[in-house]
Write a new protein. Sequence first.
Length: 227
Amino acid sequence: MNKFTEKNRFIELLNYNPQLILMLPRFGMKLGFGEKRVGEICKMNDVPVFMFLLLCNVYSFDDYMPSDEEIKEIEGKTLVDYLVASHDYYLNHRLKHIEKHIVKIANEAGKIGNVLLQFFKEYEGEVASHFKTEEEKIFPFIANEKSGINPDELDIRTVSKSHDNMGDKLSDLTNIIIKYLPSEIMPNERIGVWFDIIQLSKDLDKHAIVEEKILMPYIKWIKGLDS
């Protein structure tokens, strides 16, 4: 399969890439879509099919790069709404879920548990800071080009400079949980939270790819820069 189209049945997308199910609530879509096609589901949920498919294709196919024509068709507000919904999911759902398990493990692990919890809190703070920077300095202009923000004030390096650091920090966190806590400390809980962190890491990697392949080229186009 080269890329998804509006004629694909919705279930075909999820069978090809199960992680796409995480995108549904970010667009206000619900399960129970039967054998309907992507175009039908998007229309039912008032979601621009072009934008939905563009995100699904970037999310699913490593070699897929949107064309200049596709970038120019993007609806800035739809893109921003999706990214903000993604931020909310990471901060208020996935990270909070992981934190509950981290706290339980840390409470049983003494001093090294305190190190684990502090490390997680620092990571959570970095993620929140990164998202806040995007939402305050990048998204207002994209969502509404008449917002009064001068495009020369947008620094596209702000979008991507901390992605690598956040990924490295998650890797360090999994090492503490699996390699350095005493073996008798809640092994099943640690395995479970390790899997949760790995899934979060994969989803954040895809989120970063969406920003690199869609958001940044769109910003460059707005600013009148060459790709």
